[in-house]
Every structure is written in C-alpha cells, then in structure tokens.
Design a protein around this ligand. Structure first.
Ligand code: ASP
Length: 586
C-alpha cells in the first residue's frame, strides 16, 4: 500500500496513529538537530519531522531531498509544538520512521507556491507543474464542481446528454473554421464545430426534446484574454417551448449553480432588458448592472445655445456620478484623457458640478445660464454633491464612449466588486447586422434564429429593423450565454437565407442536410449555450478564462507545452495529398 492517508486530512484526532503518506516535497528546512519537510499532494500539506538524535541516517537522507522529489513517508502522528493555524493539518506533524524516495525531480523552473516567480509563458510551458500550485489546482477543481452541478440539474429536469461529433462540416457561428484534412477522401476537409448548433437542432427533429452537452467548440479567431481557440459550452436545446419557458429553465440552471457553488441566492426573477434599452441606457448589449448610472438623453435639452459641440451633435448623453462633485481638476482631466483614448474615441468631456451649496458649475458656463444648467441637473435627477459627465457626438459612437466612461466611474467608485453578481437577460436582439464592407446583412446570432413573429412583415421591407427571438444571459458586463428560438418553418428559413444573400444553391450546399431534415416534421424548438470556461472564471471572480482550463493556449493560439501547432512529416502530407506553399516573401 502506497499510502494510508492524504496530506490534507490528518489532525489532532489522529495523534498516535501510524500512517503512510505520499507526495511531493514542497520545501525542507534544517533546524539544528531537526529536519522539517512540507509534503504536498492534491489535498494539502503535512509537515514531516526527522530527528537527528533518534535516527541520524534517516535525517541525513531527508536533508538530501530536493524540491518536488516524490516520496513515501511512514511514521506516527504527533501534536506539534509550534502550531500553524492557517492550514487544516497545522496542529500535527509526522515523526518519520521510514523514508522512501519514489522519484527524484530536477529543480523546477519556478517555485511551486501560492505566489510563483514564474512568468506566464514559463508557467504555460510547464503547465503540469503550474497545476500543482494551489490557486490553479483549485480553479480546475471548481470547474469540475460546476460541471457536476450542471449535470445533476439538467438530469433532474429531464435533459439528456448527447455527444455530437467533432469531425463535421462548417457550422454557422460566423467565425473561421479549424479544418482537418481527410486521408480517405483526399482533397477534402472536415471542419471542427464552432458549436453543435445544427446537430442539436437535428436532435430536436429526432425527438430528443431536451438535450444538453458539455462540449468543446472550436473557433479560429484572434484571441484575447477571455477567448481560446477551443473552449467549452454547456449546449442546450428544447422542443415545444416558447421563449419564456427556455429563459425560466436556464435561469433555473444559473441560479442553481450560484446557490450550490457560491451559496448565493437570486430569489427575484431576472430582469429581461430589451436590446434597444440596453444600448440606449447603458451603451452596451452586455450592461454591468451591479450599479446604476443609467444614461440620460440630454439632446433636446442642451441644444440651441450656440455651443457648437452640442449643436452639431447627433446625440448628447450624460451620467450622474453621485457624490462626486468634489472631483478635482486633476481627476476631471484624467477622465477627459480617458474618454479621448483611441479605444473610447470621444472628442472631449463636459461636466456639470452640482456643488453641495446648491450652486452649479460647468465646463460650458459661457453658453448656459444657471437656470439652464438646473434643467440639466433635474433631467439627470441630480442632487447637490453630484457630478454630471456628458459626452456628445455621433449617436452610436457616443453611446459606446459613455458606456466606457460609466464602467470607468463604476471602477473608481468601487461598484464593480468581484464577489457581487448581477445576472440579467438581454432580449430582442436585432436579427441582422449590416456589414458596410461586404455591403450585406449578416445574422447577428446565426441564420437559424427566428425573427419575432410581429416583425416578420419587415423582413422584405426593412430587414435591419427586424428583431430576433434571441436572448443573452449577462452577468457583471460579461455575456455568459446566448440562444434563440429557431426557425422551424422552411418558408421563413428560405426568406432568411434570401435576406442574407445566400443563393438557393449556397443554402443547399451549406445547410441542405438541415433543410432536408426539416421536411420530416421539425418541432418548434429553441435553446441556448453557456460559455462554460467563462462561467467558471466569473464564479471565481476572475477575468481570464485561461487559468480555468487545464491545458490552455497562449494569445497566438499556441500550446507552448506541446509545441502545437507544428509541422507534419512529408509522408503524412503525401498521404493527405497536400502541398505546402512557401510563405510569400515581402
Ligand atoms: N450555438 C449558439 C452559440 O454558440 C448558441 C445557441 O444559439 O444555442 O452561440
């Protein structure tokens, strides 16, 4: 038997027991006649003690242990004289009588402790060592727990987990495909699924009316901290349901997860915020509602006073930073710099200070009387002590800039605590997005998303105005999931393809299998998918999904540990009948 206990379980109740532990040497220290070794495994750390007086050979052996050696220690559990109350095993130690070196280790390239000295790239290259660190290990364990809760909940409400294939053809999420060449059909390629969207719809045609899957999806996109080329979704679909039944079901799942994992109860039904309102009042389709600071449209109130910036602006909007009237010149300058950054792109910032003595002071006093400024303050629902921040310009850009400013103020005022969560639904997204470059409409979600029935007549007259029966679950300004009611009527599907500029042949070539299936009795259906990595990172209060994936890729899509992607042999290329072109020289 290698071990009787783990390194995380022994405590005062076990004193006097003979035990065998296995694990890795975290560190060792020599103190005169004693050697102490911290032994680590997945479950924790237990202190081993070797006494020079009672067993000098063994103590010598212990002194030679290097970091990360794998050892087996046999001994007796003893109460410690110098207790460490920070860890569960901190009141005891093992007086070792036998030490077995199971494996040696080279000196690890970074310290395997809570705070490591290893840089990101090094930690990625030696991910198996990084995973020994508590913080990363705990993230992976959290991921496991969330996955288990998802399965428990979905099973309890009658969903069936069905696996769908990974070698498929192009799926409709609008990103670039990863492709896999076929040896048996040379010159042809599989595509890896961007999501199992079409397959889950086929499962609905097949009669599995409640499907889910925790599934890998692949999208060849430029990467950011919260994106990975392969990521995991909790993918779901249901038949014979209307939108609100779907929202209730998955709201139930989200609430259950937060309750089980974080002990947080969201008792109220989640808000359903129409997309138009989200844009108009928060400048974002994923608003962070941990705090208010709703935009107020001041366009009509402020125009017509010869202030050219306002008079020429399509939209003028403000936010009320409550209690910030005391902001200094320097702080206001910082905010002005902030909104002028290229990402935010506003031309300047106008402020109105509602001083605690009731006077009003603005950066455009020249153009507006005190009464006029009072009108602004009233429109903004401001009271003495508040600071109103105003941006003006082209509507879409200004709303986005105001959204950035709102989030920045939220950060400055401490409204965006990581342990506070505000989930909501954003509903009624536009069905289509106009692409200026391609001069055509694209599906905002995917081409199987159903228009809202009342907007159907607009499909041919004003497609840009058609709202989709689509929804996103947003938490703290992050899109955690999204989905839609699907089109199950082939005439509407044909119309959708037409509006998207697909010829009949295009549609048949790409999605003929689905259109065919729909000829055989497609039930009304809809569903959604949660970004699983993102959900877990959010629960842990972190931004990057990378630390919640056991073996992630870096920002250039590389696995630096496996050194993938890499070249393949000439023989493999021959079998696949693939010639590699030389990169063009500049
Ligand atoms: N397939 C969609 C996505 O990956 C989710 C859905 O519509 O169910 O975003």
């Amino acid at each position: 038997m290698y071990r009787t206990h783990t390194c995380g379980e022994l405590n005062m109740k076990d004193t006097g027991k003979d035990v065998i532990l296995c694990g890795w040497v975290q560190k060792s220290r020599d103190l005169g006649g004693m050697t102490f070794v911290d032994l680590r495994d997945r479950y924790g750390i237990t202190q081993l003690v070797f006494n020079m007086d009672s067993n000098s050979d063994l103590c010598e052996k212990a002194r030679k242990l290097g970091r990360e050696f794998v050892i087996q220690a046999t001994g007796k559990v003893k109460e410690r004289s110098n207790k460490n109350h920070k860890i569960p095993t901190g009141e005891i130690e093992i007086e070792v009588t036998e030490l077995n070196i199971l494996n040696r280790s080279e000196i690890p390239p970074f310290t395997i402790e809570e705070d490591t000295d290893g840089g990101e790239e090094l930690r990625m290259k030696y991910r198996y060592l990084d995973l020994r660190r508590n913080s990363v290990k705990n993230n992976i364990i959290l991921r496991h727990q969330v996955a288990q809760e998802v399965r428990k909940y979905m099973d309890s409400i009658g969903f069936i987990e069905v696996e769908t294939p990974v070698l498929v053809n192009s799926t409709p999420e609008g990103a670039r495909d990863f492709v896999v060449p076929s040896r048996m059909q040379p010159g042809t390629f599989y595509a890896l699924p961007q999501s199992p969207q079409t397959l889950k719809q086929l499962l609905m045609v097949a009669g599995f009316d409640k499907y889910f899957q925790i599934v890998k999806c692949f999208r060849d996109e430029d990467l950011r901290a919260d994106r990975q080329p392969e990521f995991t979704q909790i993918d779901c679909e249901m038949s014979f349901v209307e939108r609100d039944e779907i929202l209730d079901t998955f709201e139930g799942l989200a609430k259950y997860i937060f309750k089980q994992i974080k002990g947080i109860e969201f008792s109220e039904p989640l808000i359903k915020l129409p997309y138009q309102d989200a844009m108009e009042y928060y400048g974002s389709d994923k608003p962070d509602l941990r705090f208010g600071m709703k935009f107020v449209n001041l366009t009509d109130i402020v125009k017509g006073h010869d202030f050219i910036v306002f008079d020429t602006a399509e939209y003028i909007g403000g936010i009320n930073a409550e209690g910030c009237a005391g902001y200094t010149r320097k702080q206001l300058d910082e905010l002005t710099e902030f909104v002028k950054k290229p990402q935010t792109g506003a031309k300047g910032l106008i402020y109105l200070r509602y001083n605690t003595d009731g006077t009003l002071k603005s950066s455009v006093d020249k153009f507006y009387s005190a009464e006029e400024l009072k009108k602004w303050a009233d429109a903004m629902n401001a009271k003495p002590g508040d600071l109103i921040l105003i941006l003006a310009g082209e509507k879409k850009k200004t709303l986005t800039a105001l959204s950035d400013l709102r989030l920045e103020m939220g950060n400055r005022l401490g409204f965006r605590a990581k342990d506070k969560f505000f989930p909501l639904w954003v509903v009624d997204f536009p069905l289509l997005e106009w692409d200026e470059e391609a001069k055509r409409f694209f599906a905002m979600h995917h081409p199987f998303t159903s228009p809202k029935p009342e907007d159907l007549p607009l499909m041919e007259t004003d497609p840009g105005k058609v709202r989709a029966n689509a929804y996103d679950l947003v938490i703290n300004g992050v899109e955690i999931g999204g989905g839609s009611i699907r089109i199950h009527d082939s005439e509407i599907q044909k119309l959708m393809f037409k509006v998207l500029g697909f010829t009949d042949q295009d549609a048949i070539r790409q999605f003929g299998f689905l259109m065919n299936a729909f000829k055989y009795g497609a039930p009304p259906h809809g569903g959604m998918a949660f970004g699983f990595d993102r959900l877990v990172a959010m629960i842990a209060g972190q931004d990057s999904i990378r630390d919640f994936i056991a073996f992630p890729k870096n920002n250039s899509g590389k696995d630096v540990m496996l050194d993938a992607p890499g070249p393949i042999s000439g023989m493999q290329l021959d079998e696949l009948m693939i010639d590699i072109r030389k990169p063009k020289k500049d």
